[in-house]
Design a protein around this ligand. Structure first.
Ligand SMILES: Nc1ncnc2c1ncn2[C@@H]1O[C@H](COP(=O)(O)OP(=O)(O)O)[C@@H](O)[C@H]1O
Ligand SMILES: CC(=O)OP(=O)(O)O
Ligand SMILES: [Mg+2]
Length: 402
């Protein structure tokens, strides 16, 4: 009998699916890929097999089911189909796990019902995660399907930081509290930062800045998360691609009562039409930097607002941690946008924070330090790998059961 030692990871986002097939014995990526712009114009699938050439197909993907079927076909074309006996598990990123899911969990009908119950608090994400689970279960009902939750790493946040200052009874009744997201990434990056610096993760205090489409900051003390910028939903905190981040709740009342917008319209406004997109009409940081460079005032303002919010969280988490050993930049913007990193650290020498312009300008897919040697705080670029972290957690769970 073939030993099942491979894990397929599905990371379904609001309009994309990222996937990786990993051989867990040696960590080798057998295949990886991305489907973009699901349900939009310009749908695209990029599949990268371990050996051989990258394959790119431009075609519309009307929904997540269509995208996942295309992924299954790409894998099958390489002889790595979902019917493979070598598959040990399928790992799914699930964004909201509420209070109940604090660890990787094998997905049963009952678990799926609970994930569905959390859709209202992760409306852009949990529905996509659920479709991924349904398609994978239909194709391989015999395999363990494991959910790895974005919220799990944040369950260590102390009560005084997790609670909103609102009436206790109302908050408890409706489970309103700060859950935090991107936890799998924050966890992976905090550990990878310790590795990069040759330090024991249990002794390192790190501020992790996950700057992708969604963006969040977290304060990690000795490997344990003590605060994070996202809240009940992935809307709070930093300025994001299309989300406002922190906002006075009074804005919602005002837009409803005075502006005449319905609650659904305000939800759509703050989640899908705000952030960088709302400020300047673009949500891609590459385009914003290009426009700002060319003297476009709206783009410049959007860039400044983005960085200003980021700096407030760096300062805030400095105070939360007391001592900061490292600041790690990760995800699409954090890994690639040198001007964002430079602006975030500017003028913070008094806090021991500085970025070396030459080190910062190096383009590389590797984890690297970008602060000068004299600086007390190590500033680093640490590529995230949510898929590898999900695969490891899923594999550990199915092995424990043996
Ligand atoms: N070279 C680059 N320079 C600046 N920003 C970039 C670059 N490459 C990607 N990005 C930004 O990264 C964002 C996507 O980040 P990513 O981590 O892939 O997000 P998500 O996983 O949330 O889809 C894009 O919106 C884009 O603005
Ligand atoms: C939770 C969240 O915001 O995820 P993403 O960045 O993938 O949108
Ligand atoms: Mg992401």
């Amino acid at each position: 009998m073939t030993e099942a030692t491979r894990v397929l990871v599905l990371n379904a986002g609001s309009s994309s699916v990222k996937y990786q097939l990993i051989e867990m014995v040696d960590g080798e990526r057998l295949a990886a890929g991305l489907v973009e712009k699901i349900g939009e114009h310009g749908g695209r699938l990029v599949h990268t097999p371990r050996s051989g050439l990258k394959r790119e197909t431009a075609q519309p993907f009307p929904d997540h089911s269509a995208a996942l079927k295309a992924v299954a076909e790409e894998l099958a074309a390489d002889g790595l189909g979902l019917d493979s006996p070598e598959l040990a598990a399928i790992g799914h990123r699930v964004v909201h796990g509420g209070k109940r899911f604090t660890a990787p969990t094998e997905i049963t009908d009952e678990v799926l019902t609970e994930i569905r119950r959390l859709v209202p608090v992760a409306p852009l994400h949990n529905p996509a995660n659920i479709i991924g689970i349904e398609v994978a279960r239909a194709l391989r009902p015999d395999l363990p399907q494991v959910a790895v939750f974005d919220t799990a790493f944040h369950t260590t946040i102390p009560e005084y930081a997790a609670r909103y200052a609102i009436d206790r009874a109302v908050a408890d009744q409706h489970r309103v509290r700060r859950y935090g997201f991107h936890g799998t990434s924050h966890q992976y990056v905090a550990r990878a930062t310790a590795q990069l610096l040759g330090r024991d993760p249990a002794e390192l205090n790190v501020i992790v800045l996950h700057l992708g489409n969604g963006a969040s900051a977290s304060a990690v003390a000795g490997g344990v998360c003590v605060d994070t910028s996202m809240g009940l939903t992935p809307l709070e905190g930093l300025v994001m691609g299309t989300r406002s981040g922190d906002i006075d709740a009074g804005v919602v009342f005002h837009l409803h009562r005075v502006g005449g917008l319905s609650i659904d319209e305000i939800d759509d406004l703050l989640n899908r039409r705000s952030g960088l997109l709302g400020l300047c009409g673009d949500n891609d940081m590459r385009e914003i930097m290009r426009r700002a460079e060319a003297g476009d005032e709206q783009a410049e303002l959007a860039f400044k607002a983005y960085v200003h919010r980021l700096r407030k969280y760096i300062g805030g988490y400095y105070a939360v941690l007391g001592r900061v050993d490292a600041i790690a930049f990760t995800a699409g913007v954090g890994e690639n946008a040198a001007p964002v990193r430079a602006a975030a650290a500017e003028g913070l020498a008094e806090l021991g924070i500085a970025v070396d312009p030459e080190l910062n300008s190096i383009r590389s897919g590797q984890a690297r330090v970008i602060s000068p040697e004299y600086a007390r705080v190590a500033v680093a670029v640490v590529p995230t790998d949510e898929e590898l972290e999900i695969a490891q957690q899923a594999y550990a769970l199915v092995h424990k059961g043996w």
